[in-house]
Design a binder for this molecule. Structure first.
Ligand code: 9Z3
Length: 314
């Protein structure tokens, strides 16, 4: 089925069918509980330039927006399907880079000694503030079955997994939300035009023509999950065009919300754009100093809109 929409230029990567089955089971379990479920896409995509890939086109996205939003949605009681770029920011872990815990955690003792025993670790609480709470929150969600993480690396992985995820969540109707925060490449080199081997510099300066990636928002809204509440993100570097572009996206795809943001200010300012409203959300210096993240405000705003959307449909 994926092949029919994505075409032979996007051959199905290995592992998609297994992930599709996992996502379907996850959605069915949470659907049976009547829970709202959000699919979060997060991180950038890698676009190979050679079949045996040495070089690729990538982008800036760190995945922090998606990871912080996943934490807020879990706190709000949502089931979270986290479709993320491998090695980008991960919920509950992204506040704690290895440099922080490698020096703060010390092996205390193991009981009994040896690999079969229990390893106890200790740290000064002040050296890893929030670490124990983060571990507990993650483990609670994992044990309750309210969090499922699925990884992608390339654009092709992403496109196939997005389709599979949308189809898995579709049976939840308006209880499903799509929160498409991943920074997906607009351009790719089709498999049929890609050199197999490493491009040689002896060939002189490199010129590449890339094709446009099909816009997945269109089939998602029309066919894959037509009853869901759909949010896309619009990123620009020029503040004078971003709201216009967000409005154009709403007109083109007929979904519910676009979150507009500018590269440099994305951690402290966004605009929630709907067909008939524009809501600015920002973090004050004081809120930033306290460690608050703008995703708390984004998620709270979108949760209210989602509930209103569900009530309107019923
Ligand atoms: C976003 O705009 C996200 O907010 C960011 C988050 C990628 C800026 P980080 O991952 O950054 O926390 O570092 N995502 C969507 C970006 C995008 O490429 N959107 C497409 C577009 O603007 C439409 S889907 O054309």
């Amino acid at each position: 089925m994926a092949e029919a929409i994505l075409g032979s230029e996007f051959p199905e990567p290995p592992g998609v069918a297994r992930n599709a089955a996992l996502m379907q089971r996850f959605a069915a379990q949470l659907g049976a509980q009547g829970r709202r479920v959000v699919l979060i896409t997060s991180g950038g995509t890698k676009v190979p330039l050679e079949a045996r890939t040495v070089r690729f086109l990538d982008n800036f996205s760190s995945g922090r927006r998606g990871a912080a939003s996943a934490e807020s949605f879990l706190r709000a009681g949502y089931g979270v399907l986290f479709l993320h770029r491998a090695r980008s920011a991960f919920p509950f872990a992204h506040h704690f880079p290895p440099q922080a815990w490698l020096s703060a955690l010390r092996p205390a003792r193991s009981e009994p000694e040896g690999p079969g025993g229990r390893l106890l670790l200790e740290a000064e609480a002040a050296a890893l503030p929030g670490f124990a709470d983060a571990l507990l929150s993650y483990q609670d969600a994992a044990n309750a079955g309210t969090f499922l993480a699925v990884e992608f690396t390339t654009l092709n992985d992403y496109l196939h997994l997005l389709q599979a995820a949308a189809q898995a969540l579709s049976p939840l109707g308006s209880n499903a939300m799509f929160y498409l925060a991943a920074a997906v490449s607009d351009f790719y080199v089709p498999a049929s035009e890609m050199p197999e081997h490493k491009i040689q510099s002896s060939g002189g300066p490199l010129q590449i023509t890339m094709k446009m990636v099909p816009k997945m928002l269109s089939p998602l809204v029309k066919d894959w999950a037509p009853k869901a509440f759909v949010i896309s993100f619009k990123l620009e570097t020029d503040p004078s065009v971003v709201i216009d572009h967000a409005r154009k996206a709403l007109e083109t795809y007929c979904h519910q919300v676009v979150v507009a943001n500018i590269l440099e200010s994305r951690r402290s300012y966004v605009v929630i754009v709907t067909k008939d409203s524009e809501t600015q959300l920002s973090l004050s210096d004081e809120e930033m100093e306290k460690g608050m993240e703008i995703e708390e405000k984004i998620v709270s705003n979108l949760q209210s809109r989602h509930i209103a959307f569900i009530n309107e449909k019923n």
